[in-house]
Ligand binder design. Sequence first.
Ligand code: NAD
Ligand code: UGA
Length: 469
Amino acid sequence: MVKICCIGAGYVGGPTMAVIALKCPSIEVAVVDISNPRITAWNSDQLPIYEPGLDDVVKQCRGKNLFFSTDVEKHVAEADIVFVSVNTPTKSQGLGAGKAADLTYWESAARMIADVSKSAKIVVEKSTVPVKTAEAIEKILTHNSKGIEFQILSNPEFLAEGTAIPDLFNPDRVLIGGRETPEGLKAVQALKEVYAHWVPEEQIICTNLWSAELSKLAANAFLAQRISSVNAMSALCEATGADVSHVSHAVGKDTRIGPKFLNASVGFGGSCFQKDILNLVYICECNGLPEVANYWKQVIKINDYQKSRFVNRVVSSMFNTVSGKKIGILGFAFKKDTGDTRETPAIDVCRGLLVDRAQLSIYDPQVSQDQIQKDLTMVKFDWEHPVILKPVSPTALKQVTFVWDAYEASKDAHGICILTEWDEFKTLDFQRIYDNMQKPAFVFDGRNVVDPKKLQQIGFIVYSIGKPL
Ligand code: NAD
Ligand code: UGA
């Protein structure tokens, strides 16, 4: 029986390995992590991440050929294939701070693999890493090994949160990069055979290591660039009376452009787009390509602009002050169908409103009060400078309440901000909401989930991204 071990039981490691276990009953999969609470949760009925369809997959194979454990060394030592799916955040200090990827977790995983291995292994980069990382990993592994053969592969993950299970069941492609040596090609083939259990062969792309590593950064940069492009257009729409949803529909009808990923929003969030673009920018700068670096930087600058433009719109519409006014915040997660709040635009919007002394009442169906408090008070870096941005103080945090209902969040509020596109927000009883709000009642729709005309008929003053005011 082939044995797989995945280091890192997070948003990628957990779902990816669960699907491999489900689709490959002949393979034993162990997912290991240094975090005790995470592993305990993976072994319980309350999984550590919310992902539609995940519970079902885990239930079908946990205890059969899928195991979650903190015994990292044992499972790594026993495995034939070791996936490394640890976090690779942006460096917060030292050389490259604010842009470069922090590979501390990766490096420590690689050193541990080298230490505990007693047999040949394929080591797979699942985390998103800078191009050329495999070279560094190879050095760590081979300089420590006792004649053990390691083959490094790059197999970046393209799943999106909220749709991880369908994405893994039906990936647009699986990408595997390896050394172009006989041993390298053999390792690529071995990993290909794992995916071939359910992914059609023509969708498994094999390249060299550097193309695979760079393709992941490129894919995220292209996706984020589309959002910043449509968000830039949304500002122009508001200035001219055009409607951004008409514009993106018309533009997306061109088959060369396509209709997906053209929804204007308060800004993109999530743990990866900003981090991966900054990483790309840093690599370009290190390779003496400032023009290319500046091109990609602009994608993040527009995203920052979109978030601050939204805050400014709220404050300026409400007679230039929100001081002491209650504002209902509907949605805090970075997108619907996840409880993940990493880099959610809601953090920046809430911080912006708190600076203007608003009273916030926050509701999200999947995010806990604890998490929101942590997010608002955590230290954040200004990527461009990098300096620490002032977190929300404990006194300012008193301006925030947390509720478990959209109606409660909007009760007696002067305005509401929709910051996540949860389906339930589309079917709210807005007449009821209007009746219970202060007048004039404002709606600021950062996700274009409501019909502005219907809400205007009720009596709301509505601001939707990129729509005529
Ligand atoms: P995560 O923070 O949810 O999970 C990482 C896990 O690794 C954590 O549980 C942490 O405790 C564990 N870990 C760190 N060092 C370890 C070590 N030495 N030994 C054992 N466990 C260790 O991160 P994630 O969202 O799953 O992302 C992982 C990687 O995948 C990142 O590089 C990310 O860019 C990439 N990625 C993420 C997504 C996504 O949707 N979140 C999608 C594609 C790619
Ligand atoms: C993204 C990519 O879509 C995945 O392919 C990739 O694997 C992953 O990053 C990663 O590397 O981590 P994810 O961040 O989970 O996935 O979610 P997306 O659906 O891409 O959404 C990202 C952000 O963009 C969200 O805040 C979303 O609301 C926003 N968005 C998305 C828009 O504002 N408009 C759109 O049209 C699409």
